[in-house]
Write a protein that binds this ligand. Structure first.
Ligand code: SAH
Ligand code: SF4
Ligand code: F3S
Length: 373
């Protein structure tokens, strides 16, 4: 029996696909690259921008023929589209050949859902509103020598453009002891890099162990073994001096940081509900560069947020010129239903967004060239 997984979205989803693979292999399935040969195909979807949703919808739609050719093939949809009640219902109605829809909070029930489907032969839509942390889900790691390790789930920040808090729910930190146990295991298994995952790793807190992110980093670094440690994503409002110092001094931590700025305009940052100013962000960057001269900095930028004027955009351009990032993920703002920004006035036309995103990407190319990369 063969499985094929199609993954969209962030590292969180990449790692969740490794958990899906682990659960399927526990059931006796083996991986295949060929979708047409698979007995089960799982789409692990993302809802962050309309483009990500459209791509998944297009590719799910294309499965109709395959299902017709082999009605026993199981088609399952997981991830952030499945977690949203209205989207899941839409998928279920629109694509009658989908057998299973499972949300993110109850992803670990997938093996039971597959068994039910095989026994009862009825389609299943299963998602729950609120999640809890589920330990001991099997994992088949597929990212080379890098092991992803979740330290927290969900997000409390409600950036006004972002769907994640509505989909993934409130922040929940994993117990420190469970994280340390997983790190020990992956080191023993020969992984030489650990990447800690969370939407906002700097707000990690285990109440029972009284452990914050700085403490967690120190504890992981003190583990025996030859490995490097890195983490994502950091929110500029929460990164502490202590964490910057640990990043600077701890030899096991890679000298790199992904620090999404989103915009260089304080006015836009306020409308985005990011809770820091351009000046505060620059202060953090200056600190990082002075303590870690060779640090590799990357960021995320959204262009065309509602109300972004030419001047606001120029503020982003000048910030990029100042920081000279080693990598930029630039996105055109995409309206997400249910978010605060959805109903903001002065939405920016598509052609302007397009122009601005290209300007940022061209600028980044030039910066790399100037740096000799
Ligand atoms: N938790 C992380 C990022 C999660 S989403 C953080 O806070 O940095 C990854 C990136 O997608 C974000 O940093 C943002 O740049 C982008 N993004 C999120 N919502 C978006 C939207 N509605 N339109 C365009 N880009 C968006
Ligand atoms: Fe979205 Fe903001 Fe949370 Fe990141 S911090 S996931 S951008 S709400
Ligand atoms: Fe996408 Fe969900 Fe990640 S919306 S970016 S897969 S948390």
């Amino acid at each position: 029996m063969l499985y094929n997984i199609v993954t969209y979205g962030c590292q969180m989803n990449v790692h969740e696909s490794e958990k899906i693979a682990g659960m399927l292999e526990n059931m006796g399935y083996e991986p295949t690259q060929k979708r047409e040969d698979a007995d089960i195909i799982v789409f692990n979807t993302c809802a962050i921008r309309e483009g990500a949703e459209d791509r998944a919808l297009g590719n799910i739609g294309a499965l109709k023929k395959m299902k017709k050719a082999n009605p026993n093939k199981i088609i399952a949809v997981a991830g952030c589209m499945s977690q949203q009640k209205n989207v899941a219902e839409y998928l279920f109605k629109t694509f009658p050949f989908i057998d299973i829809i499972v949300g993110t909070h109850n992803l670990y029930t997938l093996p039971t859902l597959i068994k039910n489907k095989l026994e009862v032969k009825k389609r299943i839509l299963s998602n729950v509103e609120k999640g809890e942390i589920c330990e001991n889900v099997p994992v088949t790691r597929t990212s080379g020598k890098n092991a992803w390790v979740n330290i927290m789930y969900g997000c409390n920040n409600f950036c006004s453009y972002c769907i994640v808090p509505y989909v993934r729910g409130r922040e929940m930190s994993r117990a420190k002891a469970d994280i340390i146990a997983e790190c020990k295991k992956v080191i023993a298994d020969g992984y030489n890099q650990i990447t800690l995952l969370g939407q906002n790793v700097n707000s990690y807190f285990d109440e029972k162990a009284i452990s914050n992110f700085a403490d967690l980093l120190k504890s992981i670094c003190s583990l025996d073994g030859d490995f490097k440690l890195t983490f994502m994503t950091s929110h500029p409002k929460d990164i502490s001096d202590e964490v910057i110092d640990i990043l600077a001094t701890e030899p096991k931590i890679l000298k790199e940081l992904h620090l999404p700025v989103q915009s260089g305009s304080t006015k836009i940052l306020k409308a985005m509900n990011r809770k820091y100013t351009r000046e505060h962000y620059i202060e953090i960057i200056d600190k990082l560069k002075s303590k870690i001269p060779n640090i590799r900095l990357t960021t995320d930028i959204i262009v065309g947020f509602p109300g972004e004027t030419e001047q606001d955009f120029e503020d982003t351009v000048s910030l990029v010129e100042y920081v000279k990032y080693d990598g930029i993920f630039a996105f055109m703002y995409s309206k997400r239903s249910g978010t605060v920004a959805e109903s903001m006035p002065d939405q920016v036309p598509e052609d302007v967004k397009n122009f601005r995103v290209n300007k940022i990407l061209d600028l980044e190319k030039q910066i790399q060239k100037d740096k000799g990369n």
